[in-house]
Design a protein around this ligand. Sequence first.
Ligand code: SF4
Ligand code: SF4
Length: 61
Amino acid sequence: MAEIKIDEKLCKKCGICIEVCPQKIITLNSSLIVTENCKGCRLCEYHCPDFAIEVITNNKQ
Ligand code: SF4
Ligand code: SF4
């Protein structure tokens, strides 16, 4: 399980994170997403052009 924090001040609502998430769990209605379906792959974090996403996992990868 992982937490996804979206900084709403930085987020431009471009939707790239929604496109790249293999689990299709990101919505922009919430600034904090906590779900067991998140694999902590960090694709959303890597692809966000505005560095608005932080993925917090317990796994050291
Ligand atoms: S990729 Fe980044 S800026 Fe774009 S919608 Fe997602 S969090 Fe917001
Ligand atoms: S870390 Fe991976 S599975 Fe989790 S929200 Fe981001 S892209 Fe989706």
